[in-house]
Ligand binder design. Structure first.
Ligand SMILES: [Zn+2]
Length: 64
């Protein structure tokens, strides 16, 4: 079921996206899918391996 808002802002989400999420150590990542707006989808994608920082966590595209 689509979420009502983007995981990172109040915008309407555009699609569900597979991401890895971690706190300090990228090797200790959690794999999950988030509903994101196009803006945040682009930010997470562009952040690459170093991850997009949000709320003390890091997020990157894909599970690897
Ligand atoms: Zn957003």
């Amino acid at each position: 079921m689509p979420a009502a808002r983007c995981e990172f802002c109040t915008a309407h989400p555009d699609r569900e996206f597979a991401v890895s999420k971690w706190l300090d150590d990228p090797d200790e990542r959690e794999r999950l899918t988030l509903w994101l707006c196009n803006k945040h989808l682009a930010r997470v994608t562009k952040a690459g391996a170093k991850g997009y920082a949000h709320d003390g966590h890091f997020f990157k595209a894909g599970f690897w």
